[in-house]
Unconditional design. Structure first.
Length: 496
């Protein structure tokens, strides 16, 4: 686990300032550059935020907590880390009382694997009031997987998953103390397997305000194997949902997993479809389904919002809903260089042109990066946790925070008086750098691409600033340094 310090420094400079007055830029108050890479920590599986901006990350059998400024929280475990926690965590949630809930699996050597859950106090110690000293193991005869963890308003915990022996799907309901909820299904356990011998799985779940459980899953070998269904609070299928309790869809090639489901403020169901293979590109859709199980044809194109075009190769991994109802997707771009990306969609399923560059934001660093999970903060900032990896090495933890507003405005503003500004932004063949210091006419302008290679441009000083001739530059992101004897100013820009 290592990083190239020189390239990371340059990438930090590229990320420090934003391209325009649009939202979706790195928040420089987090980790000084908007992101942190922890080379001694493992990549994230799940992320959650406190109302005060602290961040909790689940990375398998370890938990990490960061302060709002991007430093590790010394009040949590040892130097911000708790682990090993005794099982493999897949999902992390923060309860209203500040306790941390984790769902996952316990692999018992020679016995099998069971769905498990743990709860931790705010300081990272096990919560003795939950299960057996903070831990619950749901013993079943198969090799089981935990795919989602959902916290209900009354404190109960819903765990969903699948088995790789009988190929059934499972819903497990725990009381707030970790005991099985006798009022749900068969003593807290519901098995979804309508056709014996077929392969079933529940991938995610969300709970409505009335306690009904919406789930996404898969049913193989059905041709339309993407399933959305709903259970009543007692664990029986809700036949008012599409008349049968389930609805089957075909989201198209390379979209065979309804990986995530969320409910918007109107109770409508929003699902993320992606490919089961992380290396499969040109995949991914958002879809919105009405509360009765019919597709919401007012969303995107007939209910679907494609996350790729024929010329893009984004691999979506997770999404969140902001307070205004907009949807933000994160994941990774494809080869040759994998970068973390964000895409934001309006409530009608169309790309939000006011976010980043025509709806997209990219974190372009020297290594292979990707967003694995995303969460919003109380002030609507976006926290993305994922990975940074040098080919052939293990993945390191990457955490980035994107602010609701940019750090560099095209127009003048009192907080921007001393900042360099690129006009127009994005830049064309010719652009001007404004905001230069008074003695900068004796300085030197240096421009670098994201790989750290200096590129040559023509420039001359004018009364307004620096006029730059950039016709020779390929489209992409660059950082410019204006160096004088006593100071260095810097700015980031995009060349179209």
């Amino acid at each position: 686990m290592r990083t190239n310090a020189t390239l990371v420094f340059l990438a930090a400079a590229l990320a420090t300032t934003s391209l325009s007055a649009q939202t979706g830029t790195l928040d420089p108050s987090f980790g000084s550059t908007g992101y942190v890479i922890e080379t001694e920590l493992f990549e994230a599986k799940s992320v959650a935020t406190y109302p005060d901006g602290r961040i909790v990350i689940c990375a398998g059998n370890r938990l990490y907590r960061f302060l709002p400024d991007g430093t590790r929280d010394a009040a949590f475990g040892t130097a911000g880390e708790v682990g090993p926690i005794g099982f493999n965590g897949e999902n992390v949630l923060i309860q209203p009382d500040g306790k941390i809930l984790v769902g996952g699996e316990l692999n018992a050597v020679g016995v099998g694997q069971d769905i498990a859950a743990g709860r931790f106090e705010a300081d990272g110690t096990p919560d003795a009031s939950f299960g057996n000293n903070g831990f619950v193991q749901v013993v079943m005869p198969n090799f089981d997987y935990c795919n989602s963890t959902t916290l209900l308003n009354d404190g109960r915990v819903l765990l969903t998953g699948s088995s790789n022996i009988d190929f059934a799907a499972h819903l497990i309901m725990l009381n707030a103390d970790g005991s099985m909820d006798a009022d749900f299904g068969d003593n807290g356990h519901v098995v979804w397997m309508p056709v014996p011998g077929d392969n079933f799985g529940i991938l995610d779940a969300a709970v409505q305000a009335d306690g009904r459980i919406v789930f996404t899953g898969e049913h193989a070998p059905e041709a339309n194997d993407d399933v959305v269904g709903r259970y009543l609070p007692d664990g029986t299928l809700d036949e008012s949902f599409n008349g049968t309790g389930t609805t089957y869809w075909d989201f198209g090639p390379n979209q065979d997993e309804l990986k995530q489901v969320e409910l918007d403020a109107q109770g409508r169901i929003i699902v993320l479809a992606t490919a089961s293979s992380a290396g499969t590109f040109h995949s991914g859709s958002l879809a919105r389904i009405n509360t009765d199980g019919t597709m919401d044809l007012t969303f995107g194109a007939n209910g679907f919002a494609a996350l790729n075009t024929a010329s893009t190769n984004y691999v979506p991994s997770s999404f969140c809903i902001q307070s205004d109802g907009k949807l933000v997707v994160t994941g990774a771009t494809g080869a040759p260089g994998r970068n973390l990306y964000l895409a934001r969609f309006d409530t009608d399923g169309m790309l939000d042109p006011d976010f980043g560059n025509a709806g997209y934001t990219f974190l372009e660093l020297p290594n292979n990066e990707g967003g694995n999970c995303i969460a919003t903060t109380a002030d609507d900032k976006l926290v993305v946790a994922g990975r940074s990896q040098i080919t052939g090495s293990g993945a390191d933890l990457l955490v980035a925070r994107f602010g609701p507003s940019s750090g560099l405005l095209v127009g003048d503003g009192p907080e921007q008086r001393d900042a360099l500004r690129v006009v127009p932004c994005p830049a064309g063949e010719t652009f001007t750098i404004l905001g230069v210091e008074a003695d900068a006419s004796n300085g030197v302008l240096e421009v670098f691409d994201p790989s750290g290679r200096q590129v040559h441009v023509g420039y001359h000083f004018t009364a307004q600033g620096v006029q730059v001739e950039a016709a020779s530059l390929p489209p992409g992101l660059y950082v410019a340094y204006l160096r004088t004897k006593d100071s260095t100013q810097t700015t980031r820009f995009e060349k179209l």
